[in-house]
Design a protein around this ligand. Structure first.
Ligand code: SF4
Ligand code: SF4
Length: 470
């Protein structure tokens, strides 16, 4: 029986955004098979997913200045990002970067809803890739449903075996792709596929391969419905002007089937059910906005196709907002969340910029010899010993000048060091001064390390010089 809504006597199922997004998902007992759909939004999704997948696999294969361009080198605790190398002490930069990305996402969500989920989320990209493989082996949505119900046969076993083999291969490649950001990518792929990989590299590759296989092959929309935290808190970012995939109930109801060009009192929805069959999360957008909707636009394409077939105007389902449907307009700068997220994002980007501009290309850590505070050496001289830990954070070998300043004319035992790209050198050295010049138990000193080729690149650290038996 077709459920119909009278626009006058019954409430049209447009639910307020915040309420709708918190509604619990319906439980489904059978596997969801959704129909593939062509159209404007599908082309956008495929294109963006293809770019995302290509970037994921090829970025670690790029070399820059003789080294993997993007490489989280856990063994040496360095993160290489093209020309820059980041160290654990640069962690704040990454934190600011992640916070900026989060606010960027909030900002985008405020305007276009969950467009990230539908078009750029890896979960969506890999799920659609796996469904594409499934379709190649097992056919269209109806054929896949029929195959699920059919008893096991040689043909069914063959199709299943083919599908799972390709899924496993894609999962293994994905596992390699992920681990390739942490170990040299050009060595990893041959090692894994020739079964010569190091134990932990192989273990991590198979771990991520298994996660991919289960995620994209089996769990699919369950991840979005039950595991993804973003789906749960997105309602906090929406306002009445947020564009989301919305069914125009005022125009579509009362829904009902009909023949093409047949005169009817019904609304424009012909109840073809295509919008439900193409939905990767298995919902009916005509029931109002639901938090399971990932804004992929498949139902928009499907409905536009039906509207075209029946000679109706497109956009019965479209990317629109509650405010637009109600005919409300407001300048963007009067939207409170726009101002809030905009100001927060601006401040974070400024902080990130300041943090970046203050980032030193050299780090210096001065340690005193704690065994012997001071010792007397020949010619009435007093000597203190230090250990300087100097790190060259650039991608080139550098020569550094070491100097010291203070209240007394100290003599340094070593004034120059050469340090390889990205390396740290421990430099033991001594400071010496004539004994008669020591008037206090301790004197302040300041060590300075300067890049010989870039005199503006310098770091300093204070320490103390102890006099003898005072
Ligand atoms: S695709 Fe459009 S016409 Fe068909 S059921 Fe959905 S809303 Fe109605
Ligand atoms: S309701 Fe439409 S936009 Fe939302 S997930 Fe389903 S198909 Fe995609």
């Amino acid at each position: 029986m077709v459920k119909q809504y009278s626009p006058i006597t019954e409430s049209i199922p447009v639910i307020h955004i915040a309420t709708a997004l918190q509604t619990a998902p319906a439980q489904r007992s059978t596997k969801l098979h959704f129909r593939s759909q062509s159209g404007h939004f599908n082309r956008w999704r495929r294109g963006l997913n293809a770019v995302l997948i290509a970037l994921f696999f090829f970025l670690p294969l790029i070399s820059y200045q003789g080294r993997q361009a993007i490489w989280f080198d856990l063994a040496d605790q360095q993160f290489y990002l093209f020309g820059a190398s980041l160290w654990p002490q640069d962690f704040t930069l990454l934190v600011w970067l992640f916070i900026a990305a989060a606010f960027g996402l909030f900002f985008v969500t405020l305007f276009w809803g969950r467009v990230w989920c539908g078009f750029l989320c890896p979960q969506t990209a890999w799920t659609f890739m796996f469904v594409w493989v499934e379709e190649k082996f097992e056919g269209s949505r109806n054929q896949r449903i029929a195959l699920d119900k059919a008893p096991m046969s040689l043909g069914k076993a063959g199709k299943r075996a083919g599908k799972h083999s390709v899924w496993l291969l894609l999962s293994l490649l994905t596992g390699c792709g992920f681990v390739a950001y942490f170990v040299p990518a050009r060595e990893l792929y041959p090692a894994i596929f020739s079964f010569n990989g190091a134990f932990w590299d192989t273990a991590w590759v198979w771990f991520f391969a298994l996660c991919t296989y289960l995620n994209a092959g089996w769990m699919r929309e369950m991840m979005c419905l039950h595991c993804c935290p973003y789906a749960r808190f997105q309602s906090a970012m929406f306002d009445d002007f947020t564009q989301t995939v919305t069914y125009d109930a005022a125009r579509g109801e009362a829904r009902g089937p009909r023949k093409r060009k047949q005169a009817t009192e019904l609304g424009d929805c012909v109840d073809c059910n295509l919008c439900v069959e193409v939905c990767p999360t298995g919902i009916d957008i005509r029931n109002g906005l639901q938090y399971e909707c990932i804004n992929c636009g498949a139902c928009v394409d499907a409905c536009d196709q039906t509207m075209q077939h029946f000679g109706y105007q497109p956009n019965l389902i479209s990317f629109t907002s509650e405010a637009a449907l109600a005919g409300k307009t407001e300048p963007v700068w009067r939207r409170k969340r726009f101002l809030g997220y905009g100001i927060a994002l601006g401040l974070i980007l400024i902080t990130l910029g300041i943090d970046l501009s203050r980032r030193d290309a050299i780090t210096l850590n001065v340690l005193r010899d704690r065994q012997t505070l001071a010792r007397e050496v020949g010619n009435e001289q007093v000597e203190n010993t230090y250990l300087l830990k100097i790190r060259n954070k650039t991608q080139q070998e550098r020569i550094y000048q070491i100097s010291v300043s203070g209240e007394l004319p100290f003599d340094l035992s070593r004034r120059q060091v050469r340090i390889g790209a990205g390396e740290q050198l421990e430099v033991p050295l001594t400071l010496t001064v004539a004994k008669h010049q020591l008037t206090l138990p301790r004197h302040q000193v300041q060590f300075k390390v300067t890049d010989e080729s870039l005199p503006d690149e310098a770091v300093t650290q204070a320490s103390v010089f102890f006099a003898l038996s005072l």
